[in-house]
Write a protein that binds this ligand. Structure first.
Ligand SMILES: O=C(NC1CCCCC1)[C@H](C1CCCCC1)n1c(-c2ccc(CO)cc2)nc2ccccc21
Length: 233
């Protein structure tokens, strides 16, 4: 097979994305908190809204560092962010869940999430997704570029200049394709499997609003930012 090489531009693009991804991390580690103790449904709901609120802010900073994003139409920038925050949150949650942890911690973490207040009917699709992400053993470059690809989805609602977004996403897809061949030379279809997860991610994010509004507690309070960006309340 022909030798796959990244161009200088592609390596620079990847470095910019990975640096931004690492710079904009969630401040505190939600997995550590969850491993400490089992919280009530109310405390878990509050923890989720706090984590998700800070993740949206982090995601905005990350997105501003995606080369070309700030040259897009301003309203399209908003449409892309609004359309991708839930998927980015589940993608990040999956990465948190499948991070290498000391023996038995993942089991405890899964248990804590199962008892967090999320309605039971969402557990299977959610954990199936988390485990399917875990099985891919993504390197952080792949995680960062996959997040950028999720944000640069041309078919989000209300995007006007479809093509401009498609061009940016295509650039990212080309980098990811080469990266997959270089990182997983033994797995021919690794790139295709990775993109297949984005379909699973979109399906999971359809459950999101209902997961929140049917959280096992009364009076679900959201932050103003989450009301704005999620279709709740
Ligand atoms: O805080 C969290 N996720 C954050 C979000 C921002 C980015 C970092 C992770 C929450 C937990 C909050 C407290 C109750 C237990 C779930 N979480 C979920 C999750 C997220 C959203 C929903 C409903 O839409 C259901 C579950 N999956 C996780 C997998 C691993 C570790 C935390 C995980």
């Amino acid at each position: 097979r022909e030798k796959v090489e990244m161009t200088k531009e592609q390596r620079a693009l990847m470095k910019a994305i990975v640096d931004a991804y690492n710079r904009h991390q969630i401040p505190q580690d939600v997995a550590k908190k969850l491993l400490q103790e089992q919280y009530s449904a109310e405390e878990n709901f509050l923890l989720l809204t706090e984590m998700a609120t800070s993740q949206v802010q982090v995601l905005v900073e990350f997105t501003k560092n995606i080369p070309g994003f700030l040259s897009l139409d301003r309203e399209d920038q908003i449409a892309l962010l609004k359309g991708s925050t839930v998927e980015a949150m589940f993608l990040r949650s999956a990465q948190v869940f499948s991070r290498k942890m000391p023996n038995g911690h993942t089991v405890v973490l899964e248990e804590r999430i199962r008892k967090s207040g999320i309605p039971d009917e969402f557990m299977t699709p959610m954990f199936n997704f988390y485990k399917s992400i875990g099985e891919l053993h993504m390197v952080q470059e792949e995680q960062a570029i996959l997040t950028a690809i999720t944000i640069l989805m041309p078919d989000r609602p209300y995007v006007k200049d479809h093509q401009a977004v498609e061009r940016l996403q295509e650039t990212m897809l080309n980098v990811l394709r080469k990266l997959c061949v270089l990182q997983h030379p033994q797995e021919q279809q690794y790139f295709a499997r990775l993109l297949g997860r984005l379909t699973e991610l979109r399906t999971l994010s359809h459950y999101h609003a209902e997961m929140l509004t049917s959280w096992k507690m009364n009076d679900h309070k959201f932050t103003p930012l989450l009301c704005e960006i999620w279709d709740v309340q």
